[in-house]
Design a protein around this ligand. Structure first.
Ligand SMILES: [Zn+2]
Length: 427
C-alpha cells in the first residue's frame, strides 16, 4: 500500500525547507517517503493505494515523547490525597505511589488507550513510556503495547523496578522485563530512581539490559532528595553510582531529569553515550527545581505524564531554558526532534520518516525557508494537527481516529477512572 499526500507544503524536519510537493508514503515500520512531482494516474496505482488531497496544508514529521507515564491517564480530577504533600518524596508517597499500587489490568489498558488516543490527536506517534503498577506487574507491558497499537502509537516500554514495595515485587518487575524483551518486543529496563533501587536491583537491571542489547530508563536527580539519599547511603552522587554499576555505558540508556547535578556529574553523563530527558513542566509542578542542559548533547524532551502534547513540552522548554541557559529556538527544536535520533538505534521500532502530521496552520505571516522556527515556537499548536500518519498508515483523519471509536475509549477510561478513585478513597 502506498499513501499519496497530494498538494502539500512539506516542511523538511531537518533542513526546515518548505516545498510545494506531493508525497508518496511507504507503509511499514521501516518505510520512508518520497517527494514526487505528480501522483500516478489511477490505473497506475494499486487497488489499496490511498490518495489524500491536503489542499495546500503543511505536512511535516510527526512527534515523539521521550519520557511519559501513561499510568497517570486516569488521574485528572481524582480525589485529593490524604495529606497535601510538602516536598517531592511526599508527592510520591501521597499521590503517585497511592495511585500506581491500585492499578489493575483493566485500568492499565484504559490508561494506555486514552493516552494513546490523546497522543495521536496531538500528532505524537511514538511514546517512550515508564510504566508503574507494582500490584499488577505480570503482563502489564504487553497490555500497554497492545493498547498503544490499537490507537496507532509506536512504543518503547519498560516497567518501573523498585525496592519500595519489597523484594517480591522487585523480582516480579525484573521477570516482567525479561519476559517482555524475550518475546521480541523492543523495550528498556526501567527503574524508579536511585533513592528506591538497592545495589542488587541496580546491578541486575543493568545486566538484564546488557543481555537484551538495550539500555536502562531511570529517574535521576529529579529532586535533591535523590542526591542526599545517595550520598548518605552509598557515599557518592547518583551519576557516580550509576557509572560504577555500568548503567551509563549504553547509548540506549535514558536518564530522566538530571536537575540536581554537580559539575562532576554533568561531566560523567556528558562523556557517556547515555541520553537525558528534560520535563520542565513536571519539574515546576512538583517544585523540585529547574536547570539548564547546555552541558549535554544527547538530550530529548518528554511530558513525564503531565499531558500528551509534545509541542506544549517544547514551548515550556523554551521558556524555562531561556531563563536557565539562554537557549535559542534552534536548540529547542533540536532537542524536540532528538527523539528520532535516539530511536534510530532501534531497528524497525516504527519511527521512520513515514510518520507525518498534516497541519491546519493558517498563519497571519509568511512561512519561509528560514523562519519556520519562529512559527514553531510562537505559532504552531497541537490544535493545528488535522491528520496523522503513523508508519505510513492514517491513524487520525480530520481530527478523528480511524482505528478506534473515541467515545468508546473515553467511556471505558471514565469507568476505570471511577474504579480507581473509589479504591483511592477506600484507603
Ligand atoms: Zn518520570
Amino acid at each position: 500500500m502506498t499513501l499519496y499526500l497530494k498538494n502539500t507544503r512539506y516542511i523538511d524536519a531537518e533542513t526546515l525547507k518548505v516545498s510545494s510537493t506531493h508525497i508518496a508514503v511507504e507503509e511499514g515500520a521501516r518505510g520512508g517517503i518520497s517527494l514526487i512531482d505528480s501522483i500516478p494516474a489511477a490505473d497506475a496505482r494499486s487497488e489499496d493505494d490511498q490518495v489524500i488531497d491536503c489542499k495546500g496544508r503543511f505536512v511535516t514529521r510527526s512527534f515523539g515523547c521521550g519520557h511519559h507515564h501513561i499510568y497517570s491517564a486516569l488521574c485528572r480530577g481524582m480525589p485529593a490525597p490524604p495529606k497535601i504533600p510538602t516536598n517531592f518524596p511526599e508527592v510520591l508517597e501521597y499521590v503517585w505511589w497511592r495511585v500506581d499500587k491500585r492499578l489493575d489490568k483493566d485500568m492499565i489498558e484504559a490508561s494506555a488507550l486514552a493516552a494513546g488516543l490523546q497522543m495521536a490527536r496531538r500528532g505524537v506517534t511514538f511514546c517512550i513510556d515508564h510504566h508503574a503498577s507494582p500490584f499488577a506487574v505480570e503482563g502489564s507491558l504487553e497490555t500497554v503495547a497492545q493498547a498503544f497499537e490499537r490507537t496507532g502509537i509506536g512504543h518503547l516500554l519498560c516497567h518501573e523496578s523498585s525496592n519500595r514495595d519489597g523484594d517480591e515485587i522487585a523480582e516480579k518487575s525484573l521477570a516482567e522485563h525479561e519476559n517482555y524483551l524475550a518475546s521480541g518486543r523492543p523495550g528498556l529496563v526501567g527503574m524508579h530512581a536511585s533513592i528506591t533501587v538497592n545495589d542488587d536491583l541496580l546491578e541486575r537491571s543493568v545486566a538484564l539490559a546488557r543481555k537484551f542489547d538495550t539500555g536502562v530508563h531511570i529517574h535521576v536527580a529529579e529532586d535533591v532528595a535523590d542526591e542526599i539519599h545517595c550520598e548518605k547511603t552509598y557515599g557518592k552522587r547518583v551519576a557516580q553510582r550509576l557509572q560504577d554499576f555500568g548503567a551509563l555505558e549504553s547509548p540506549k540508556t535514558i536518564l530522566g531529569h538530571c536537575v540536581h547535578f554537580t559539575d562532576e556529574e554533568r561531566r560523567i553523563v556528558s562523556r557517556s553515550p547515555a541520553w537525558v530527558v528534560s520535563n520542565v513542566e513536571s519539574n515546576q509542578n512538583n517544585n523540585v527545581g529547574l536547570t539548564g542542559y547546555d552541558w549535554v548533547d544527547n538530550i530529548m524532551l518528554g511530558t513525564d505524564g503531565m499531558h500528551n502534547d509534545m509541542i506544549r513540552s517544547a514551548k515550556a522548554h523554551h521558556l524555562v531554558c531561556t531563563a536557565t541557559e539562554g537557549i535559542g529556538y534552534d536548540e529547542v527544536y533540536r532537542r524536540f526532534r532528538n527523539v528520532h535520533k535516539y530511536l534510530a538505534q532501534f531497528d524497525g521500532v516504527g519511527d521512520n520518516e513515514n510518520n507525518l502530521v498534516v497541519l491546519d496552520y493558517d498563519s497571519p505571516t509568511e512561512i519561509t525557508d528560514d523562519n519556520f522556527l519562529g512559527h514553531f515556537i510562537f505559532g504552531l499548536e497541537s490544535a493545528h494537527v488535522n491528520t496523522v500518519i503513523a508508519q505510513g498508515r492514517v491513524i487520525m483523519a480530520d481530527r478523528k481516529s480511524t482505528l478506534v471509536d473515541e467515545e468508546e475509549v473515553f467511556t471505558y477510561a471514565r469507568e476505570q477512572g471511577v474504579r480507581l478513585w473509589k479504591k483511592l478513597t477506600e484507603g
